[in-house]
Design a protein around this ligand. Structure first.
Ligand code: PMP
Ligand code: GLN
Length: 391
């Protein structure tokens, strides 16, 4: 029986359902090629799967420590040291989470009081909006504008008010594929130091950079270590997005504060997958380079295919995604374009407007994922080229 009393708590009412589930369901329902949700259609290294099987068979199936098993925390510390020269104490400066998603939720719950303002890059990764809403925080977007999605330092500065406590950063950036330059990071750092802000940085695409670019963790910039909480995850780096093993690193006091939220969210997670991710993190440097190179070739394939269409294409510097503007096709509204796409072309993509408060900037943008088999991308491009996509 329905009740006149609204059952959904107020904190959820302003948060729309995630676009990723909707678009993957649409792809399934229509039998379309799914260039929407960002997940690879090929699993990561078989040896890593074997390590997980071995862990399942050898009885690693009960609660692991909430902070994560020691070997994974050590492996995360070793990875940070080898790649970035960051020295971490695995006992106090690393916490394992249920993917980056839990790390983001725990960090927001841990650091944001109701009414606190968080500066966030727009377009946003959708869970940021949901977590800030659930925590009662207020987002202050700073728009990365097409075509190159650079950070406008004056806009960043203007977004900081006396109520700002935190900057939530994402580099490499989903959905635009922009990689913040050292100069842009420097500007963020200077502002954070000047206003005594905390920086929570989501770096899940840290190994998926193209054209010889290298990821720079903002915590390595002067004055930043003590005010930065860094988040990453195994999903993208090892092509196991369904494993949901992530981690938070930073000064012990901040990591401990994130843990105080995490313990009441999942408490602990992914017991048999943690040893496998520890093993994965010990991969040689060549693994990471090969992964980025393969993905770069797929980026090039999809970008070239989309350029044959009547679209403005903004090639990414990193990540799984390329953004296009569909206005030259006669579409002002990316949502309508994406909802019609399965029927017109048998392809699914994601409308970026759901990642924007500033609809002027985002209403006509569409995101396409290229973390797919080459044959799938070729088929998708063929379908798009054969279809009539005019508005
Ligand atoms: N942050 C960004 C920017 C992402 O694109 C994603 C999606 N993988 C996540 C966080 C979530 O990561 P995970 O799957 O490890 O929870
Ligand atoms: N990160 C993935 C994307 O941007 C999706 C993750 C999710 O479905 N929550 O497509």
């Amino acid at each position: 029986m329905s009740s006149p009393r609204p059952r959904t708590a107020r904190r959820l009412r302003a948060i729309p359902p995630t676009i990723f589930s909707a678009m993957s369901a649409l792809a399934l329902r229509t039998g379309s090629l799914n260039l929407g949700q960002g997940f690879p259609d090929r699993d990561g290294p078989p040896a890593v799967v074997e390590a997980a099987v071995e862990a399942l068979r050898s009885g690693r199936n009960q609660y692991p420590p909430g902070v994560g098993i020691p070997e994974l925390r050590e492996a995360v510390a070793g990875h940070q040291e080898r790649h970035y020269g960051i020295e971490l104490d695995p006992l106090s400066q690393v916490v394992v989470t249920a993917g980056a998603t839990e790390a983001i939720a725990a960090a927001v719950l841990a650091f944001v009081n109701p009414g606190d303002e968080m500066v966030v890059l727009e377009p946003f990764y959708d869970s940021y909006v949901a977590c800030i809403e659930m925590a009662g925080g207020v987002r202050r977007p700073v728009t990365l504008h097409a075509p190159d999605f650079r950070l406008d330092v004056d806009e960043l500065r203007a977004a900081v008010t006396p109520r700002t406590t935190t900057i939530l950063l994402n580099t490499p950036h989903n959905p635009t594929g922009a990689v913040l330059t050292r100069e842009e990071l420097q500007a963020v750092a200077e502002l954070a130091v000047e206003h005594d802000l905390l920086v929570v940085t989501d770096e899940v695409y840290e190994h998926l950079l193209f054209d010889g670019r290298r990821h720079v963790p903002i915590c390595t910039l002067p004055g930043m270590w003590e005010r930065t909480v860094s988040i990453s995850s195994a999903g993208k780096t090892f092509s196991f997005t369904g494993w949901k093993v992530g981690w938070v690193t930073g000064p012990a006091e901040l990591v401990d504060t994130v843990m105080s939220a995490k313990q009441w969210l999942t408490f602990a997670n992914a017991a048999p997958l943690q040893p496998a991710v520890a093993f994965a993190l010990s991969q040689e440097a060549a693994y990471y380079d090969t992964l980025a190179k393969e993905l770069q070739a797929k980026r090039d394939l999809l970008v070239a295919g989309l350029r044959e269409l009547d679209l403005d294409v903004y090639p990414p510097e990193a990540t799984y995604f390329v953004t296009t503007d569909v206005r030259r096709y006669g579409h002002q509204d990316a949502m309508a374009f994406c909802l019609a796409l399965p029927e017109r072309a048998g392809v699914v993509a994601v409308p970026c407007q759901v990642f924007y408060d500033n609809q002027e900037a985002g209403r006509h943008l569409v995101r396409w994922a290229f973390c797919k088999e080459t044959s799938v991308l070729e088929e998708a491009v063929g379908r798009l080229q054969a279809a009539d996509l005019r508005g």
